[in-house]
Write a protein that binds this ligand. Structure first.
Ligand SMILES: *Cc1c(COP(=O)(O)O)cnc(C)c1O
Length: 387
């Protein structure tokens, strides 16, 4: 037996073996092996990916002659078409910021920004639960990094007080809404901490909040009126915006610095113009989608009211609601039970989440009807009494 075989067997025994699921998507539903299930595992938080009216409007209004399907090179060669300028200008305008810079994905953004802006005289202080793409960015950086306990600001403040003077620059890195627990960072407290030092930079990943939070859908920083205090505000287009790509909101100078130093921007083919056109089209409409955001908030509260009390100390405050099982086999079993009830929910297991916190991750979207949510709540209650 070779090393790969034995490691795969090990994963299988632990209930942690992953497969690429074979599925068909159809509107709000997925079909797997003949079973039709409501899709509660996508990141299409506003339900825009299946909005055919929106897609038709785009196809009718977009100038397809300017929309090649490939950008044919890096942005620094010939890939930097006019749509990049339009999209970045629009984002900067929406955030009332100096600059925006667009990337191929959130993974490119997070794995590339920190290595570019840090050096051996920098310190990164990152929340224990930040996304894998940020963890990889930290791994590529020459800075020292300390991960503080999830949302433990007393620990963070202690670390800053102790270490701030030993480093040129300190980067505090967090998500606004956390991917797996669905809880949130304390933005006002982070901003307050930053104000007491002149060498702190705040890096905020709004992947799950962009489109979803704030009056215009710009994220938690908009909702809490601190956009101007965030040095690197990262958002992604693959979730609520129903597209692909990502962006950072920052100063002109930092943008210029990234363009010169960021390897995941420089050494990759730029996004296709047709994709940038769709992203720009959606971004221009996001501001007016308050009713979708409001519906999402209402149904999320209903599900949280049932699930949070079953979870111990992991308390969601968003549309991402973990249903904690503890061990992986039990999470698998819970997911299977709920799939049988018609809800496409998936187990999330180590290493994506810490050992002992395997869960089913419920990811709601504004396309869910009140009846579907009633049925979901019922199914979860039945399931929790069965297990
Ligand atoms: C999804 C996600 C990313 C990655 O974004 P992609 O555009 O899918 O590569 C980054 N950060 C967080 C918190 C995410 O949830």
């Amino acid at each position: 037996m070779n090393a790969f075989t034995s490691q795969l067997q090990q994963l299988s025994l632990q209930g942690n073996l992953r497969h690429l699921p074979e599925m068909e998507e159809n509107g709000a539903y997925v079909f797997i092996k003949g079973m039709k299930m409501l899709n509660l595992s996508s990141n299409d938080y506003l339900g825009l990916a299946d909005d055919t009216a929106l897609r038709d409007e785009f196809l009718q209004t977009v100038d397809m002659r300017g929309c090649r399907f490939s950008s044919t090179s890096s942005r620094l060669l010939t890939g930097n078409g006019v749509l990049y300028r339009q999209l970045e200008n629009r984002l900067a305008e929406l955030y009332s910021a100096e600059s925006a810079l667009v990337f191929n994905s959130g993974y490119h953004a997070n794995s590339g920004i920190l290595p570019a802006v840090t050096d051996s005289r920098s310190l990164i202080l990152a929340d224990k639960l930040v996304h894998a793409s940020i963890v990889d960015g930290i791994g590529l950086s020459k800075a020292r990094c300390i991960r503080y306990r999830h949302n433990d600001y007393e620990q963070l403040e202690r670390l800053v007080a102790e270490l701030a003077r030993q480093y040129d620059k300190i980067f505090i890195v967090t998500e606004s809404i956390f991917s797996m627990d669905g809880d949130e960072c304390d933005l006002p407290r982070l901003v307050e901490l930053k104000r007491n030092y002149d060498n702190i930079f705040l890096y905020l990943d709004e992947a799950h909040a962009f489109g979803v939070r704030g009056a215009q859908g710009l994220g938690c920083a908009e909702e809490q009126r601190v956009i101007g205090e965030i040095d690197f505000l990262v958002g992604t287009f693959g979730k609520a915006a129903a597209s692909v790509g990502a962006f950072v909101i920052c100063t002109d100078e930092l943008k210029q610095y990234l363009v010169n130093k960021m390897r995941t921007l420089i050494f990759t083919t730029a996004l296709p113009p047709v994709n940038l056109a769709w992203t720009l089209f959606v971004v221009n409409r996001l501001c007016q989608m308050q009713s979708r955001r409001k519906h999402l908030e209402t149904i999320s509260r209903r599900v949280r009211d049932v699930v949070n009390p079953l979870n111990g100390n992991i308390i969601s405050s968003s549309h991402i609601i973990p249903y904690i099982s503890g061990d992986s086999v039990r999470a698998l079993r819970t997911a299977e039970l709920l799939q049988h009830e018609g809800f496409y929910l998936l187990p999330v297991r180590p290493p994506t989440v810490p050992q002992g916190t395997s869960r089913v991750r419920i990811s709601l979207n504004a396309g869910c009807t009140d009846t579907e949510i009633d049925n979901l709540v019922q199914a979860i209650q039945n399931c929790s009494s069965k297990l």
